[in-house]
Design a protein around this ligand. Structure first.
Ligand code: ADP
Length: 485
């Protein structure tokens, strides 16, 4: 392994299909690099349609075994997987920092968060309750049961290399489904390490499969197969839309967790210190690379200057560097394109009258690093109000009335997360009801939790992950009409 691991088998450079580690049939591979240094970490298989077909066949076999396990057996296997993830937090965290870049402490935090989904769904496995309903005729009974949808697949992004997999695979396996995981090209090693631990936990062959490679042929093969009954995707709205149309062919079920454009509203009756704390948590988590990161700060004019001043102070605690360095809390971005997007949003805003309040101008070649930036004077016509920046740029706009704030916040095709700070209970309810987002942080900047239904409205997606709703995405409802005598 390129780094020292306590458990060497957690570094795998092969796919995991039907309980076996294997290469692509063609022998093709893809390089994986460390975004902090640009160094190549290693190679993983570049699977094609034939490799994917093999994974689908194995997942079908796995499903036939797994669906007949009792809920209690599934619970026990998942609880072992959960425990193994916790036991190997250091190794998993190090692998994640190596391939994704995020600071080591944050990577370990993600391992913990990722494991929490496995625990949550292990518990849910035992609560796949049905219902009984009064029948329409004398003696008739209506009984409702839930069954696993079958073979499922997921395609996941690089920003949370572990958690975006466990919140899908945990739900799928708890429901009795098998799954094929296609992790992002940038972060396959974390996914493969999770598969190794799943095997050690006793997940039977074929129940969890991980295939790596260029996404398009794999995505085509997964969505155009009549055997695969469900796709769960997290990534861009552009790719989500392509995949959804491919799923139309066989009416494959889809859950989509897509892009966001989160507003973060600070009203004049907010606790400003709390608001700044929430702003830091929301904006700078994963160096701004999450789909629920605050993308637009909307601040009521009377508290605007005070908020900006406090946020500036707080931003002085941000330390940029290699994720393995002690004390670093902002890392390299995932790649060059990510850096260019921040630079572009910066230049566009500045050319339209924004003011740089904190941070150096993001110019020149600094590898994948960008220093945190704070801009004020943001206007709705700027790019940063329409697209996710996905980087450490805080963009602040002033507003006058509550109605203005709501209108500005909803002025986007997206609707994943929104945040607002107010201490007036009536305003809290009014604004929470009016915002068009699936997730609302009310006086709270950190909203992710396995117990809560995570997902978006509008172009941000379909379905929910986490909570009991997350498991329902992997279940079919079957209704038995039991006739009378
Ligand atoms: P991001 O901008 O975060 O990289 P993407 O939507 O491009 O978002 O990527 C999210 C996931 O979708 C990754 O696993 C990527 O490999 C995969 N992906 C990208 N393009 C396609 C495609 N045409 N078909 C299937 N999967 C794709």
């Amino acid at each position: 392994a390129p780094i020292k691991l306590r458990h060497a088998a957690l570094f795998q450079q092969a796919c995991y299909i039907g309980g076996q580690w294997s290469q692509a049939q063609s022998g093709a591979t893809l390089d994986v690099d460390n975004p902090a240094t640009g160094e190549i970490i290693g190679q993983v298989p570049n699977c094609n349609e034939q490799d994917t077909a093999r994974a689908i066949a194995e997942a079908e076999k796995g499903f036939q075994v797994w669906r007949h396990k009792t809920a209690n057996e599934r619970n026990e296997v998942l609880m072992r997987w959960y425990q193994l993830m916790l036991d190997h937090t250091d190794d998993l965290g190090a692998l994640m920092t190596l391939e994704q870049g995020k600071p080591l402490a944050e990577a370990k935090g993600e391992v913990n968060y990722a494991a929490s989904f496995i625990k949550w769904f292990a518990e849910e496995a035992r609560r796949a309750y049905g219902e009984t309903i009064p029948g329409a005729k004398p003696g008739q009974h209506i009984v409702v049961t839930r069954q696993p949808v079958g073979v499922t697949c997921c395609i996941t992004p690089w920003n949370f290399p572990a958690a975006m997999i466990t919140r899908k695979a945990g739900a799928a396996l708890a429901a009795g489904c098998s799954m094929i995981v296609k992790p992002a090209e940038a972060t396959p090693y974390t996914a493969l390490a999770l598969a190794q631990l799943a095997e050690e936990a006793g997940v039977p062959a074929g129940v969890l499969n991980v295939i790596t490679g260029k996404p398009q042929p794999i995505g085509e093969a997964l969505t155009r197969s009549p055997v695969v009954r469900k796709l769960s995707f997290t990534g861009s709205t552009r790719v989500g839309s392509i995949l959804m149309s491919q799923c139309a062919e066989h009416i494959q079920k889809v859950s989509l967790e897509l892009g966001g454009n989160a507003p973060f509203i600070v009203f004049d009756d907010a606790d400003l210190d709390k608001a700044v704390e929430g702003a830091m948590a929301s904006k700078f988590r994963n160096t701004g690379q999450t789909c629920v990161c605050a993308n637009r700060f909307l601040v009521q004019r009377s508290v605007h200057d005070a908020f900006v001043e406090k946020l500036t102070e707080a931003m002085k605690t941000l330390k940029v560097g290699d994720g393995f360095e002690e004390g670093v809390n902002q890392s390299a971005l995932i790649n060059r394109a990510a850096v260019e997007k921040v630079q572009q949003h910066y230049q566009d805003a500045m050319s339209k009258g924004a003011k740089r309040v904190f941070g150096p101008a993001p110019e020149g070649d600094r590898g994948n690093y960008v220093e945190p930036l704070l801009l004020t004077g943001i206007k709705p016509e700027m790019q940063v109000c329409h697209e996710e920046t996905f980087g450490p740029l805080a963009a602040v706009m002033a507003f006058d009335s509550e109605d203005d704030a709501i209108r500005l916040a909803n002025d986007t095709p997206y609707g994943l997360a929104a945040y607002f700070y107010s201490q007036n209970i009536h305003r809290v309810w009014r604004v929470a009801d009016a915002l068009e987002s699936g997730i609302i942080g009310v006086n709270e900047g950190a909203v992710s939790n396995a117990a809560a239904p995570f997902g978006g409205m509008k172009a941000s997606g379909l379905g929910r992950e986490g909570s009991s709703h997350g498991m329902a995405e992997y279940e079919e409802i079957k209704y038995l009409c039991m006739g009378g005598e």
